[in-house]
Design a protein around this ligand. Sequence first.
Ligand SMILES: *[C@@H]1O[C@H](CO)[C@@H](O)[C@H](O)[C@H]1NC(C)=O
Ligand SMILES: *[C@@H]1O[C@H](CO)[C@@H](O)[C@H](O)[C@H]1NC(C)=O
Ligand SMILES: *[C@@H]1O[C@H](CO)[C@@H](O)[C@H](O)[C@H]1NC(C)=O
Ligand SMILES: *[C@@H]1O[C@H](CO)[C@@H](O)[C@H](O)[C@H]1NC(C)=O
Ligand SMILES: *[C@@H]1O[C@H](CO)[C@@H](O)[C@H](O)[C@H]1NC(C)=O
Ligand SMILES: *[C@@H]1O[C@H](CO)[C@@H](O)[C@H](O)[C@H]1NC(C)=O
Length: 278
Amino acid sequence: MGKFIWLCQIRSLLFVLFLLSVVDCCLSLSSSSLNPTPSCLPEDTSALLQFKNTMSIDDYAFFSYCYPKTNTWNESTNCCSWEGVTCEKATGQVISLDLSCSKLVGSLSPNTTLVRLRGLKRLDLSLNDFGASSIPSGFNQLVSLTHLNLSGSYLSGSVPSDISLPSKLISLDLSRNYLLEFDSHSFDMLTRNLSKLENLLLDWVNISDVVLTSFMNLTSSLKCLSLERCGLQGDFPSEIFQLGYLEYVDLSGNSLTGFPLSPIGVVPSNFLTFPVII
Ligand SMILES: *[C@@H]1O[C@H](CO)[C@@H](O)[C@H](O)[C@H]1NC(C)=O
Ligand SMILES: *[C@@H]1O[C@H](CO)[C@@H](O)[C@H](O)[C@H]1NC(C)=O
Ligand SMILES: *[C@@H]1O[C@H](CO)[C@@H](O)[C@H](O)[C@H]1NC(C)=O
Ligand SMILES: *[C@@H]1O[C@H](CO)[C@@H](O)[C@H](O)[C@H]1NC(C)=O
Ligand SMILES: *[C@@H]1O[C@H](CO)[C@@H](O)[C@H](O)[C@H]1NC(C)=O
Ligand SMILES: *[C@@H]1O[C@H](CO)[C@@H](O)[C@H](O)[C@H]1NC(C)=O
């Protein structure tokens, strides 16, 4: 009998130990999911560091509120903790790079390592000085890209036609690069392929070569179309204003005709549901 009780005590002790280990296991699981620090992939770390090495920092560049985010990038630390870098929790893949307003100066190389960040969904390089270099043609490799912002970053030359190959693009902002040109062919590709596009901002980009009727091929998902000072001339197709989700149009600073004009904008009653600036 005594032996039996002793066995029972051992069993319940073991059971309690088992329970404790289960609880402990669950606690450590939940604490790790509460505080996830994914580990950066080595190939992403090296792509980011190589990009950093092609750029220099000009402390006097641009606005005083800009600051060099890449200064915190240190190869001995996890890139997922670097300023401007966001990784996916499950895989550690870099999914967002925000280097907007980072006092970067240097040319954006045609073989930039940024296009090796294959998981990238958002890329923001706006408000830097890429010294009149061209947009690299490798963006088609970023198949998951949804948001691209290269606004005000001193880019020049022709927009490569493969910019419309990441066909998941929701937002494309190339505005305020006054040396940049969008030719008719590349723009046609864009209007036909970017079926999820909601924001298209090309202010100050030279798109005078674009056939105005190609705007009619823009996707119906479009919400914001900003084309200030794009060198557009002629009859702008007013069908655009009937796109169902449109919320904002800026056509100011062009020489457009083809729709009723007034000093404050386009005023036919059916267009009045959203601001149109001309
Ligand atoms: C990177 O971090 C290590 C350890 O924290 C430090 O010793 C080193 O100086 C840092 N390097 C740079 C370039 O900041
Ligand atoms: C990019 O190409 C240039 C010359 O074309 C070369 O000097 C440079 O090392 C290359 N960079 C990378 C990261 O491959
Ligand atoms: C692109 O970046 C500029 C400057 O950082 C910002 O003002 C603008 O809103 C951004 N564009 C989009 C579409 O978010
Ligand atoms: C549209 O995108 C797909 C892949 O996303 C690509 O295969 C195709 O060539 C593109 N078409 C145009 C006209 O850009
Ligand atoms: C815009 O580009 C066209 C060529 O596509 C060129 O003839 C024209 O001079 C450019 N306009 C400006 C203001 O740079
Ligand atoms: C609009 O798209 C159609 C078919 O995709 C094409 O045939 C036409 O040339 C395009 N229009 C313009 C002005 O690019």
